[in-house]
Ligand binder design. Sequence first.
Ligand code: R5P
Length: 296
Amino acid sequence: MRIYACPGNEAQARTLAAVLGAMHGELDWHRFPDGETRVRIGTPPRDEAALFCTLADPDPLLLPLLLTAAALREQGAARVGLVAPYLAYMRQDRSFHPGEAVSARHFGALLGAHFDWLVTVDPHLHRIARLADVFPRPHQVLHAAPLLTAWIRGHVPRPFLVGPDAESAQWVSAVAAELDAPWTHLVKRRLGDREVQVTLKDAAASRDLKPVLVDDIISSGHTLAEAARALRAGGYGAPACVAVHGIFAPGCREVLREAGIAELAVTDSVPQPESAIPLAALLASGIQGLRRKVSS
Ligand code: R5P
């Protein structure tokens, strides 16, 4: 298998190739002045090609991504897989207002039409329970909870784990079980893209413990910021934060700083200065597992 990196994913893809003992393939995207992209495969694929492309800010990526899948087939790949540590559009999992597209379904179907398999990490599966419900091809969903757990174990001696909303309970409870630590989740009401209300309903844990906010995605940062404020109002100290996917939309870091969040770690599903938790070994195990599943 050769692994090809979409621009911006080179370091992660090379590390993954090294862990897997796979070859790295050359891929180039040239942006013309008119905004179109020319895709060039520099190294012809063998039987199987894997395209490494995390899908933060997906709209400008999507067409070049699909053209690359087509080009890899033209150049001889019998199968083209997608390694997308962060899978976009999964939060649009319901028609929240009349007329809204359930984009998670359409996005998954579109990827399924172009890729033979998919490996991803903690996609936001909430109102849609399984990735199989949106992506119709072989896939492997990996979970970063053990890696988040290891980070907390190494950085926070006496943690109290807190999810900022009900949706985060699946991640927080898994981490809390591993650490044998108390946990709760807060209650969130989203009023807009950058406006949320978060309240602390169950404050049973001792104020001596260090709160650690655990979430799947940091986007605008407002969820964690309001959660940190709710904890402070409930008598807790400044929380540490750990999340799977650090999107860090414009203004996010300022929002977190103003809320007094200083300790924060995310995985490298989207490469960021805060990416203290590498995913290469997890992704490699996922690809190996999927290949075993497909070939058996
Ligand atoms: C929500 O469903 C997710 O689990 C995250 O809490 C949310 O996406 C974070 O978004 P933001 O950082 O924009 O508040």
